[in-house]
Design a protein around this ligand. Structure first.
Ligand code: XMP
Length: 326
């Protein structure tokens, strides 16, 4: 797809048929752009990079090298799903990098949110660069840039985090969905056969659970946030809220409170539930979650997540709060 301006005549992709036409056209364009060369892609498992991966697998198969960096801050089951869908089902050439210890060691003791974000972004580029250097003959870098990224920034997809590669590792860019809006990317992803829980995924910040494990990240609290988030997602899915609520997650503060376990006073962490609706993330309202469901989620989290003895529901809209806690 050439040019960074969406032509006024371009039809909105709303149906499987239109998605298929887009896919066929892109496959032809990608084959002619890439020829027999190799393409590198940072595959996070988010909607945009997953759709780009699936398109490129159809177009050039093994000439695509996907690198999935597990930085330890992904939601429960996500790294496993990337391997299952792309390596096992789509037969992709996938390099899985277990960088969990590396990220968590770098983040140890760092409490300031913007420093945490910077460390996560910089370390991501370093890991990706190391993997890129191990590969021979790469000439293209694929990115899941979408149209709002072009409209809102200068075309650099900040959270894809590969914009900061050094001079000698600059590749020609391949950005097959750069003129599409998010809803269109989802329709294309569905037509490409990606699973619904990948295609209709709620937004997830680049620094992942790192900004939901408040203050300095510790492994025990990170597991509490990952496990409680998995319970929240499971219960929202079971109760018809998945796909209806814009964003929902848990966060964990860096202090304990007193509780009672088996008749004894004990200390444990509180977990905060957040569920919000918005159209543009600039303002947000709080979802009116049924009280009985909140009670059920509270019971599950306090029984199933070791170290948690209290659950709170955040009632604050944006403004004056933000959606994330840090
Ligand atoms: P806030 O907390 O500012 O969030 O109301 C608005 C939206 O942006 C997401 N968010 C991020 N996304 N990197 C990202 O890629 C980040 O550092 C980041 N911080 C917040 C947040 O999840 C919400 O959807």
């Amino acid at each position: 797809m050439s040019g960074n301006v969406r032509p006024e005549t371009m039809e909105r992709i709303t149906t499987p048929e239109l998605a298929q036409a887009f896919i066929d056209e892109q496959i032809a364009e990608l084959r002619s752009q890439i020829g027999d060369k190799k393409v590198l892609l940072a595959l996070s498992g988010g909607v945009d990079s997953s759709v780009v991966a699936a398109l490129l697998i159809k177009a050039i198969g093994q000439q695509l090298v996907c690198v999935h960096v597990n930085h330890g801050l992904l939601r429960k089951g996500e790294p496993e799903q990337v391997v299952e869908v792309f390596r096992n089902q789509m037969n992709a050439n996938l390099v899985y990098v277990d960088a969990v210890d590396r990220f968590l060691d770098k983040l140890a003791g760092v409490a300031e949110p913007e420093r945490k974000r910077k460390i996560i972004g910089a370390e991501f580029i370093r890991v990706f660069e190391e993997e890129a250097r191990k590969l021979d003959g790469i000439e293209f870098l694929a990115q899941g840039t979408i149209y709002p990224d072009i409209l809102e920034s200068d075309g650099v997809k900040a959270h894809h985090n590969v914009g900061g590669l050094p001079e000698d590792l600059q590749f020609e860019l391949v950005e097959p969905v750069k003129l599409l809006f998010k809803d269109e990317v989802r329709v294309v992803g569905k037509a490409l056969g990606l699973p619904d829980n990948m295609v209709f995924r709620q937004p997830f910040p680049g620094p992942g659970l790192g900004v939901r494990c408040l203050g300095a990240i510790t492994r025990d609290r990170l597991e509490c946030v990952r496990e409680s988030d998995a319970i929240l997602r499971e219960e929202f899915a079971k109760n018809g809220l998945e796909g209806r609520v814009w964003q929902y997650f848990t966060a964990i503060p860096d202090f304990k409170s007193v509780g009672v376990t088996d008749g004894k006073r004990t200390e444990g962490y509180p977990v905060i539930l957040r569920a919000v609706n918005t159209t543009d993330a600039m303002t947000a309202t709080v979802e009116d979650v049924p009280f009985s469901l909140l009670q059920h989620i509270t019971a599950r989290i306090t029984h199933e997540v070791k170290g948690v003895n209290r659950v709170l529901f955040d009632l604050t809209p944006k403004p004056c709060a933000t959606i994330e806690w840090e």
